[in-house]
Design a protein around this ligand. Structure first.
Ligand code: PDD
Length: 286
């Protein structure tokens, strides 16, 4: 089925959607993005994603091409036009197409580019991988210093994913100064003695919207949370490990660099958090 996508004010079939070759997203990775999940045809934590998007734009002095309410309407239109019950909405804003290649930012009157498309993922919530868990390898984190801004500079995370696949694993956890920063497209956690441990927020990691929701729910459920960094060795000897993201929710990690974590099967805390997170997300989705 041909998807209907959104490009700069228009809903068009994906085969007819066009962005200029001079677009700064294409030439300079000068763009930011968000991925919002859809459950029961509704948007999960839309406001969290809209707020982080606004922050990313502000940090890069990039114009917002639409208001929060306009973006909400576009998301909803795309869900409806593409009949999405479970899946993802990808949104990207770039600094636009000034009509030539120039390192300097274009004049203020060059409009930003706004693109959105859906990804239909039936069974996203019931993902069987959540029952078996995934395997990760560690790789050095060589990304730039502003990982808190959700930019489209995703080449290294993409390489990390390929290094993981080459090693027979599913994902890579990136390590800097001996400590885990995050996964290629997710936030990383371990559980030790019932305590949930995840790196504190800084410019070193993306401030995950799922992370914020999961930590809030964990605290409400009287689980202990500690926000601090940890090493790969500590993760390998933890009781459980898992990651969170808008596309995978809460996903158990059962092996790190060939070493089984805990029993080598998904742990009870990750399973419980996944359940609570999905239940709550369905209740508050808009
Ligand atoms: N990635 N860290 C990184 C580097 C990410 O790319 C992501 C999300 C996260 C988790 O953030 P959130 O909970 O807001 O999804 C953490 C999205 C899903 C992606 O690139 O597809």
């Amino acid at each position: 089925m041909t998807r209907t996508v959104y490009v700069n004010g228009e809903y068009v079939p994906e085969t007819e959607a066009k962005v200029s070759v001079f677009d700064r997203g294409f030439l300079f990775a000068d763009g930011v993005y968000e991925v919002t999940s859809v459950l029961d045809g509704k948007l999960v934590d839309f406001d969290g994603h809209a707020k982080r998007l606004e922050r990313s734009l502000n940090e890069l002095e990039m114009k917002a091409p639409a208001t929060r309410d306009e973006l909400l309407e576009i998301h909803r239109q795309l869900v409806e036009k593409n009949g999405i019950v479970e899946g993802l909405i990808y949104l990207q804003i770039t600094r636009g197409a000034p009509g030539d290649r120039d390192f300097a930012y274009p004049a203020a009157d060059v409009p930003s580019t706004l693109v959105l498309f859906t990804q239909n993922k039936p069974g996203l919530a019931d993902n069987p991988t959540a029952k078996t868990g995934i395997k990760v390898i560690s790789v050095p984190d060589v990304r730039w210093g502003r990982r808190d801004i959700k930019t489209v500079q995703l080449l290294y995370p993409s390489m990390g994913k390929m290094m993981a696949k080459a090693a027979g694993c599913d994902d890579a956890w990136m390590v800097e100064d001996g400590k885990v920063t995050e996964g290629t497209s997710n936030n990383a956690y371990i559980v030790k003695g019932g305590k949930i441990i995840t790196r504190e927020l800084s410019n070193d990691i993306l401030h995950g919207i799922t992370r914020a929701a999961v930590l809030k729910l964990a605290r409400e459920a009287q689980m202990e949370v500690e926000e601090r960094s940890f090493t790969i060795e500590e993760a390998q000897s933890a009781d459980e490990a898992f990651f969170t993201s808008a596309s995978a929710f809460v996903m158990p990690v059962v092996e790190i660099d060939g070493v089984a974590v805990g029993s080598g099967t998904p742990g009870p805390i990750a399973a419980r958090l996944r359940e609570i997170y999905l239940d709550e997300s369905r209740k508050v989705a808009i």
